[in-house]
Design a protein around this ligand. Structure first.
Ligand SMILES: *[C@@H]1O[C@H](CO)[C@@H](O)[C@H](O)[C@H]1NC(C)=O
Ligand SMILES: *[C@@H]1O[C@H](CO)[C@@H](O)[C@H](O)[C@H]1NC(C)=O
Length: 233
């Protein structure tokens, strides 16, 4: 319910953003296409692990995620447990190679310093990626128990109004971030459970998002800002 309200607020802000970006993309690409060629965009996965296996097919979407990870304090372990996340997803297919490599780091610098009223939907434009493709958030799992992550393009961008343009997924692979894993959330591989948007989702190149290592039982839930790349196949 809470998440749903936030999402509708995000969506109305997003409509304004996407109207502006569509026209500028038309100018720069001549044909109004929202995404550039992405077959050369590969995931830079560490070689010494087997948790995340890159598909051999080309990605369908490459995106910058800007948002928050939410946690609640477990009174039994005095550590934070994940209770979902909310993020805006920006197309990064048109970025030059060096900008593409660094986009999550640059975006995090802006996002981490931003005031409480700054919306995640405004961050893409600050790193040359104004095209908002959709939102990432959590919904009740299809089984009726627990939460499932969803990547949803149905309310903004070129798939707006297309009811199947989402992917609800389940985690199949998880590795600690290769650098600073106490600060940067894990890299993940997920497989499609519902939706027509993609069959696989990867979260890589994470910056931030980890909670403090312990908490005081009874303390309020927290939100920790993060950025990452999302690859959809
Ligand atoms: C996460 O926390 C924020 C407040 O910081 C709240 O607005 C949002 O609805 C929460 N989302 C989820 C999925 O828990
Ligand atoms: C709706 O979105 C899905 C997933 O991206 C796509 O496969 C399908 O072709 C779209 N349908 C229409 C009518 O555009």
């Amino acid at each position: 319910m809470f998440a749903f309200k936030l999402l509708s607020a995000l969506s109305s802000a997003a409509l304004l953003v996407s109207a502006a970006t569509l026209s500028s993309r038309k100018d720069s690409h001549g044909n109004g296409k929202e995404c550039c060629e992405i077959s050369k965009d590969t995931m830079d996965l560490p070689p010494d692990q087997t948790a995340l296996v890159a598909p051999t097919t080309d990605p369908l979407f490459v995106m910058l995620g800007v948002g928050i990870q939410n946690y609640t304090c477990s009174s039994t372990t005095s550590t934070y447990a994940s209770i979902g996340a909310v993020a805006s997803l920006f197309d990064i297919s048109c970025l030059e190679k060096s900008d593409f490599a660094e986009v999550q780091t640059k975006a995090f610098k802006t996002w981490s310093k931003a005031s409480a009223k700054t919306k995640a939907t405004s961050i893409g434009a600050t790193v040359g990626a104004p095209n908002l493709l959709g939102f990432h958030y959590f919904v009740t799992s299809p089984s009726g128990t627990g939460l499932s992550p969803k990547w949803d393009f149905t309310s903004t961008g070129k798939f707006a109004g297309n009811a199947t343009a989402f992917v609800l997924a389940a985690k199949v692979g998880d590795m600690a971030a290769p650098t600073n894993p106490a600060v940067n959330v894990d890299w993940l591989a997920l497989n499609n459970v519902q939706g027509a948007l993609a069959s696989k989702v990867f979260r890589i190149d994470t910056v931030g998002g980890q909670p403090p290592s312990s908490c005081v039982p009874g303390s309020a839930p927290i939100s920790v800002k993060y950025t990452s790349k999302y690859f959809l196949f």
